[in-house]
Design a binder for this molecule. Sequence first.
Ligand SMILES: Cc1cc2nc3c(=O)[nH]c(=O)nc-3n(C[C@H](O)[C@H](O)[C@H](O)COP(=O)(O)OP(=O)(O)OC[C@H]3O[C@@H](n4cnc5c(N)ncnc54)[C@H](O)[C@@H]3O)c2cc1C
Length: 472
Amino acid sequence: MGARVTAAHRFAAISTSERPTGQRVLFQQAVVLGGSIAGLMAARVLSDHADHVLIIERDDLAELDVPDERIAADPIHAVGPRPGVPQGSQVHALLPSGLKQLERWFPGFIDAALEAGAVDPPPATNRFYMDGALREDPPSGPAAQALVSSRPFLEALIRHRVLALPNVRAVCGRADGLVLKDNEVSGVRWGDEEVAADFVVDATGRSSRLGDWLESYGFPKPPMQRMGIKLNYATALFRRPADAKVQTCISIANPGPGKVARIGGFTPIEGDRWTVLVSGYADDRPGRDAGEFRDRCVGDFPAEFGEVATNAAQVGDVITYHQADSRRRDFHRLNRFPARLVAAGDAVASFNPVYGQGMTSATLHASALSEYLRGDPDLTKPATSYFQDVKVVVDAAWQVSTMADLALPHVDGPYPKGYRAIQWASGLVFKASMRDQSINHRLGQVTTMLAHPSALTEPRFLLRALAIGVRA
Ligand SMILES: Cc1cc2nc3c(=O)[nH]c(=O)nc-3n(C[C@H](O)[C@H](O)[C@H](O)COP(=O)(O)OP(=O)(O)OC[C@H]3O[C@@H](n4cnc5c(N)ncnc54)[C@H](O)[C@@H]3O)c2cc1C
């Protein structure tokens, strides 16, 4: 009898840094819908398994494609936000697990990104505040990551590498539906055209219409779970002196009597700039006014925020963004689904962005796609094992982000089974992490998606953490 395969085993296999081996060409043409992080990563994986990979994207990727050298020469003008990704102007932190996958799929990525202008802030220049108190031992989250940049910069580097692959091509257009024959996807409709496809990846983001397309062929829609988080973001850029003593600062204020939850952060990005985020929930809505932005930095966050907002020159406008919910589409629960079709990235699940899980999840979905395609799949059947692996990744991110969000007073579920007990135990593990380095380290591994959340429930670890948490 084989050993029981747990979610933690699958998570470890998917999040590996080992270079993939055993790729075989399975398709004449694979088509990816959407050319953002999830679509680009899927295209990278598919380039090992298809003669041709076609990306259909609303924005013109070929026009946006710029080599690293041009970015390095003028990062401020060479890359910028694009209409298809309206969240692109907001602070985007890449978790260490996502960085690991980028290096795995594009060897040399980290060095190239640093050369092009991404920042690796020295640890001594990072600050992490929890409820107003400076933590000497921050969890290894965004504050400790080795590569910081704007979202358009990161996407540009990935895009350039994918478009440079000899068998990948992008066309500019809007995908409108699928073509299905005998319960298998055989093509994609876009504009007035129809293109043949032996395999299709939907990576059109959180507003994906895949469910409607499936319904039009008599297939059920994937069930959707939503958690209303009512998150409000405002981001502004400031000029950054290269010798700034504090480069990165993250501040998390939890809700409590007379206190609203507030998360803010600033990180150094390419082009000698800081990107500064202030956020609020529900009716706490930072606006677009530069004076109000500065007042919030000064009044609602640690002193470092006020210093940046008052002493550094602002570049451009304050840009706001509202996200009503975290959502997941549970494809793994469907008992009827076409063959040769998968979904990836935000089209499957999108979370409260303050936890920085979205881009990293997209890289892990790509890794799950590689596991599926290298595993001798039966292409006449739905990609069940892929969706099971994606469920493992989604569950891991969902558990971390929604457990924290359920503590917000305006969030009213859905509550997982045993919520009170889990909340009590997580509170104690968190307290213990402030006292004990090894507990802090393991918690950081989970929140940065380097380890599966079950690492926190191993009996010996949990008992120790609970004991320390109770004493604290
Ligand atoms: C405010 C905010 C802040 C965030 N901060 C972080 C962070 O700090 N760290 C992090 O990891 N993640 C963050 N995220 C999440 C992150 O932006 C996404 O998870 C990430 O972009 C991966 O998404 P995706 O590629 O699946 O979809 P998207 O990035 O949304 O891209 C979807 C793509 O599909 C294209 N498209 C859509 N419909 C069609 C169609 N019919 N035909 C053709 N093309 C189509 C769009 O043009 C777009 O290019 C944040 C999100 C928000 C909203």
